[in-house]
Design a protein around this ligand. Structure first.
Ligand code: TRP
Length: 495
C-alpha cells in the first residue's frame, strides 16, 4: 500500500482528537474498538489506507449505473435536459450526502443499522433512527435482484464477443442478438446465477481481501477503454449530433416531473447513496482521512465515467438512425455495433464487457456487504452462513425478475410517474429503489447528519472549517431534503 502514513492501528495517535470539546465522543472514540460496538467486524479490518477506501468506494459507485442505466435513462428522457438535472443533483444533493454517509460510517463503525444506532445513542437520540439502516438492507436486496440480472447480460456479452458474432453486423442483427438473450429466461437465469456466485465468493471472504487489487488495475483500464470508444465515436458522423443532444443543447421543454425524478434517482443510484453502502465502506475507514476530499474524488470519477459512456453510446445511435429511447437494452444494441465494425473490435469488445462485468461485480459486493455485516453483528451468523443465506434470497428474487421479464405468461406492465413501465418485476424493483427507497433513504441520512446529531461534533468529524460546514449543512440539511421531498412528492403525484 503506497500512502501508509494513514495506516490505522489500535492507538492511532494521529487521530485529530479534540479532547476538551463537549460533544467529541465521536471524534475521540478509540478507532478500532468501534463506537459502542463490541464485536463489530470493523474492529479487525480497516482499509489499509485512504487510497484503498477511495478505490473501493469508486468501485462501488462505478458500475452498471454509469454505463448501462445512465445512457438508457438519458435516452428515454430526451438527453441534455435530463443530463443537466442529473449533474445538478450529483453536485448539490449527491456530494453532501456522500460526505454524510462516510462520516456516519466512520464514526459509527458498523453496518448501517448499527452505525445509525450507535450514533443515535451517542447523541442521546431516538434509537428508531436505526430503521434507516434496516431500510437500506431491504433496498440492497431489491437492487441486487435486478442488478445481478443485468450484470449477467454483460457476462453473456463478454462471451459472445469472444466468438466474434458481431463482426460486420448491422443494427438489426445486433438488436436480434440482444433480443435473443433478454427473451430467453434460461440463459438469463444461468448468467444471473454465475454472477451471484461470483459476488458471494468475494463477500464470504471479506471485502478487503482481493477487491482492492481488482479495482486498482481494472478500473483505470475500463476508463481508458471507454475513452478509446469515445475517440472512435468522434470518427462517426453521429458524434456532433450526440454532443449537442446530450450536453450542449438541453431541451428543457422535454423535462417532466417524471424525468426530474428519474435524474435524481439515477444520481443516488450511480453514487451508491441512500442505502448505506458508502456508510458501510466508511466504517472501515482510518480515522484521519479527509472526508470531503475523498467524497469529491469518488463523485468526480463516477460522473466522468457516466458522461464518457453517454458520449460512446449516442454517436452510434445517431450514426445508425436508431432511436435514443430504446430502453434497458440500449447499451447492448449500440456498443456491439461499434465493436463489430472497428479494427480489432472482437478483442476490444471482449475486454470491454469483461471489464464492465468486473465493475458490476465490485458494485454488487458493496450492495451485499451491509446486509452480511449486519447479520454477522447479530451474532447469529458466521460470515459464510450470512453470505449464503442473503445470496440465496437475492438469487431467488432475481429469478423472479427473469421470469416476469422473459416468460410471456408472467409479464405485466404498469404506469408510474407518468411513464409506462414494462418488463414486470424488473421495473417494479427499479422504480421502487431508484425513485422511492434511495431518495428517501438519502433524505433521512441527510437530516440525521445535519440536524439530529450535534453539529459541533459533525463539523469536527467532517473536518470542515466553519464556512464550509455552513455550506455543507445548507446543502445536506436544507436544500437536499427539500429538493428530494418536492421531487419525490411531485413524482408520486404524477402517478
Ligand atoms: N453505484 C453502482 C452503479 O452505478 C450500483 C450500486 C452499488 C448502488 N452500491 C449501491 C446503488 C448502493 C445504490 C446503492 O452501478
Amino acid at each position: 500500500m503506497s500512502d501508509s502514513n494513514d495506516k490505522p492501528n489500535a492507538s492511532d495517535p494521529a487521530a485529530p482528537a479534540a479532547p476538551a470539546a463537549p460533544a467529541t465522543a465521536m471524534t475521540d472514540d478509540a478507532p478500532v474498538s468501534g463506537a459502542a460496538l463490541p464485536g463489530s467486524r470493523a474492529s479487525q479490518s480497516l482499509w489499509s489506507s485512504r487510497t484503498a477506501f477511495v478505490l473501493a468506494a469508486t468501485g462501488s459507485a462505478v458500475g452498471l449505473g454509469n454505463i448501462w442505466s445512465f445512457p438508457y435513462l438519458a435516452g428515454e428522457h430526451g438527453g441534455g435536459a435530463f443530463v443537466m438535472v442529473y449533474l445538478v443533483c450529483v453536485l448539490l444533493i449527491g456530494l453532501p450526502i456522500m460526505m454524510a454517509e462516510i462520516m456516519l460510517g466512520r464514526a459509527g463503525r458498523g453496518s448501517p443499522v448499527h452505525a445509525m444506532a450507535a450514533m443515535a445513542r451517542l447523541h442521546n437520540k431516538q434509537s428508531a433512527w436505526q430503521f434507516v439502516g434496516v431500510m437500506g438492507v431491504i433496498t440492497a436486496f431489491i437492487i441486487l435482484a435486478f442488478y445481478s440480472v443485468v450484470a449477467g447480460w454483460m457476462l453473456a456479452y463478454a462471451v459472445r464477443m469472444v466468438g466474434g458474432v458481431f463482426e460486420g453486423q448491422l443494427a438489426d442483427g445486433v438488436s436480434g442478438i440482444a433480443g435473443r438473450l433478454t427473451d430467453d429466461p434460461e440463459r438469463m437465469l444461468a448468467w444471473h446465477t454465475i454472477f451471484m456466485v461470483m459476488t458471494a465468493a468475494v463477500i464470504a471472504r471479506g471485502v478487503e481481501h482481493g477487491l482492492e487489487r481488482f479495482i486498482r488495475w481494472f478500473m483505470p483500464l475500463l476508463f481508458v477503454l471507454l475513452l478509446g470508444l469515445v475517440i472512435y465515436a468522434t470518427t462517426t458522423d453521429g458524434f456532433l449530433k450526440a454532443v449537442n443532444w446530450l450536453l450542449l443543447e438541453p431541451d428543457f421543454s422535454q423535462l417532466t416531473t417524471g424525468s426530474v425524478l428519474a435524474a435524481m434517482g439515477q444520481a443516488f443510484f450511480s453514487l451508491s447513496l441512500g442505502m448505506g453502502a458508502i456508510m458501510m465502506y466508511g466504517a472501515y475507514l482510518p480515522r484521519d482521512t479527509n472526508i470531503p476530499g475523498a467524497a469529491a474524488t469518488i463523485t468526480v470519477a463516477d460522473t466522468l465515467v457516466a458522461i464518457l459512456a453517454g458520449l460512446a453510446v449516442f454517436p452510434i445511435v445517431f450514426a445508425n438512425g436508431m432511436e435514443p429511447a430504446q430502453g434497458t437494452t440500449l447499451v447492448l444494441q449500440t456498443l456491439p455495433l461499434a465493436f463489430g465494425s472497428m479494427e480489432g473490435g472482437t478483442f476490444i469488445g471482449t475486454l470491454f464487457f469483461a471489464l464492465l462485468s468486473i465493475a458490476a461485480w465490485t458494485s454488487a459486493v458493496s450492495l451485499i456487504e451491509p446486509v452480511v455485516a449486519w447479520m454477522v453483528e447479530s451474532g447469529r451468523f458466521t460470515r459464510v452462513s450470512a453470505t449464503t443465506l442473503a445470496s440465496a434470497v437475492i438469487w431467488f428474487l432475481g429469478a423472479m425478475v427473469v421470469l416476469t421479464m422473459a416468460e410471456p405468461d408472467f409479464q405485466f406492465s404498469f404506469e408510474f410517474a407518468g411513464n409506462t413501465e414494462s418488463s414486470g418485476l424488473f421495473s417494479v424493483f427499479e422504480v421502487a429503489t431508484y425513485k422511492i427507497l434511495l431518495p428517501l433513504g438519502g433524505l433521512l441520512i441527510a437530516v440525521f447528519a445535519a440536524w439530529v446529531l450535534s453539529s459541533d461534533a459533525v463539523r469536527k468529524e467532517l473536518g470542515l472549517s466553519d464556512n464550509l460546514f455552513f455550506l455543507w449543512r445548507s446543502l445536506a440539511g436544507l436544500l437536499a431534503p427539500l429538493a428530494v421531498l418536492i421531487i419525490l412528492l411531485g413524482g408520486l403525484n404524477a402517478f
